[in-house]
Design a protein around this ligand. Structure first.
Ligand code: RIB
Length: 302
């Protein structure tokens, strides 16, 4: 069975530099290489879900520039329904400036550009896509009122609702919480949302428990090489990560989210979906770039 996933979110062109280390404030640092690849958390998650077996529709905005045309063509080539990816006149496409260091860690600065123009009327215009979906996925690189509107509409339609709260700078609005089935933050996002430090499994459990106390049904904290933690009310389960040699962790979280959504949409249990997401994310970190690093079903397995 092929489930249907709708992703409401960002598309960015990623301008990526590899350097021995991340630069300090005021420093000019020589990098080793430069490449341009399609990214954006929303588009990455859409690509992951599509490569991993789901029928996917993307709702988002690109600018009327060469990057926008390239981003749109890339998603269409993946077989993603792009009828709801709108071009905004006179606005640049979203971009992300990414530095990846020798330890495969990254630092990212995003400029929203056209992503800032994705507003609730666009979600209303493409309501039929939400109606036809099994799973709806949002992130936070588009305006918060759009995220709030989408979560509420998807909840009203009885869909499975996933929020990847990235980037996160503080607590989520309380009225969002009851509209989310799965909140999927990484360590730093979980820390920002809960107001607690998160650096390992036990601190992640405390933060996720606090988020559940606030009204979230289920929280999955992705901890990179330390695995993932699924917390539902009082219960929690740790999933160890496959051991790999990481080259670039960009879009590992997006690969997890897209894979998890695709697995839930085709009827897997949440435990199966977490394990599937981890296998996909582990492969993605062994390759450079955002969308080029995302594996397909043949590599990840059923
Ligand atoms: O999560 C990785 C993504 O974050 C990159 O592709 C970049 O575009 C930023 O949105």
């Amino acid at each position: 069975m092929q489930g249907r996933v709708v992703v409401v979110g960002s598309l960015n062109m990623d301008l990526v530099v590899r350097a021995g280390r991340l630069p300090q404030a005021g420093e000019t640092l020589a990098g080793d290489s430069f490449f341009t690849v399609p990214g954006g958390k929303g588009a990455n998650q859409a690509v992951a879900a599509a490569r991993l077996g789901a029928q996917v529709a993307m709702v988002g905005c690109v600018g009327d520039d060469a990057y926008g045309r390239q981003l749109l063509a890339g998603l269409c080539a993946e077989g993603i329904d792009c009828q709801a990816v709108e071009e905004v006149a006179g606005v640049s496409s979203g971009v992300a400036l990414i530095v990846v260091d020798a330890a495969s860690q990254n630092a990212i600065v995003i400029v929203a550009g056209s992503n800032g123009h994705l507003l609730p009327p666009s979600i209303e215009r493409f309501d039929a896509l939400l109606q036809a979906s099994d799973v709806v996925v949002c992130q936070m690189e588009v305006p918060p009122q759009t995220v709030a509107f989408t979560l509420a509409r998807a909840r009203a339609l009885g869909k499975t609702v996933i929020l990847n709260p990235a980037p996160a700078s503080g607590p989520l609005p309380g009225e969002w919480l009851g509209n989310i089935d799965y909140l999927i933050p990484n360590e730093s996002e979980a820390a920002a949302l809960a107001g607690l430090p998160v650096h390992d499994q036990s601190s992640a459990q405390l933060a996720a428990g606090h988020l559940c106390d606030l009204g979230l049904a289920r929280v999955i904290v992705t901890l990179g090489a330390q695995g993932a933690l699924l917390v539902t009310g009082q219960a929690s389960e740790h999933f160890a990560a496959p051991v790999v040699q990481a080259l670039d962790t960009t879009a590992a979280g997006d690969t997890f989210v897209g894979a998890f959504a695709a697995a839930l949409a085709r009827g897997c249990s949440e435990r199966e979906a977490v394990a599937f997401g981890q296998r996909a994310a582990a492969i993605s970190v062994t390759r450079a770039g955002a969308q080029p690093s995302i594996p397909g079903l043949a590599e990840v397995g059923p």
